[in-house]
Design a protein around this ligand. Sequence first.
Ligand code: NAP
Length: 298
Amino acid sequence: MKNRISGRTRVCGIFGYPVEHSFSPAMHNAAFSALGLNFVYVPFLVEPDNLSAAVEAVKTLGLTGVNVTIPHKQAVLPLLDETTEAAAVIGAVNTIVNQSGRLLGDNTDGKGFLRALEEKTGFTPTGKTILILGAGGAARAVAVQLALAGVKKVFLTNRSRERAELLAALLADKTTAVVEVVSWPGGKKNQRLVEMLRGIELVVQTTPIGMYPDEGSALSLPDGIFRPGQIVCDLIYNPVETLFLKNARRAGATAINGLGMLLYQGVLAFELWTGVAAPVGVMRQALADSIYSHAPHR
Ligand code: NAP
């Protein structure tokens, strides 16, 4: 069924700057159509100086909820009435729910990552030892969520060590995980890194290295880190398989790209706004169609 705008149509959307690259409108509108829900999802180009007014407009215009993307994910936090534990610890919001005029901020990025991981591999975080490569916004969401879900030990590494130290301090302060910062791969310390990282059950690559149109680049880890039985995720979804993931798969690990995280952060937002189970297959197809029909991929 096609979306038909009427006097009862409920409006969701995304605040970003820029916003035109977003795949979320295609994903959510396909889901509303599939379930025959009288909802629409639109992109809103919100300049940083206008964020506060835009958030106020969620209330004054009666929007059902919005996603928030770069560069607003952190700045929006103090503008909300309430935030979930995950959003507060991560320090970033990607989903706002308008609860009769009170704005709740959540972060479904890390939760979406976990849902995708569980769905694909049956991975359960409790008691596990993991390695996270990178320490930016996506790394923070994933690391916090995994630590809140019971991961035992987190190794962190980042090109600029200070940022990894900041994330380590956050995890140590707000979660029960044991955290250790290790050197960024490369150079003479690699052998020691391999020894330290023996037994890692999950590796998550969160940097943009190897992302389209730079698919020829790869973050190379020393031989011996990837192994059969291990799960290796790259948050990149274009190309479908980065060189990093290819190397992991060749070493016998289970390799997973970032499409599932993108999908499930949307699934969770959809369910918060509509209160009904999301049509996951429809959303996955809409995402894949819009991502892979617009840019070359492998
Ligand atoms: P960000 O906050 O800008 O952080 C970027 C991270 O990558 C930092 O740790 C940075 O290290 C590192 N980095 C960047 N270029 C590098 C290079 N050439 N060599 C080594 N390290 C480098 O970005 P983000 O929001 O975390 O996004 C990171 C990636 O995750 C992007 O590829 C994005 O598309 C992907 N992502 C995917 C999803 C999904 O749903 N699948 C969601 C969010 C993000 P420094 O601190 O040293 O600069």
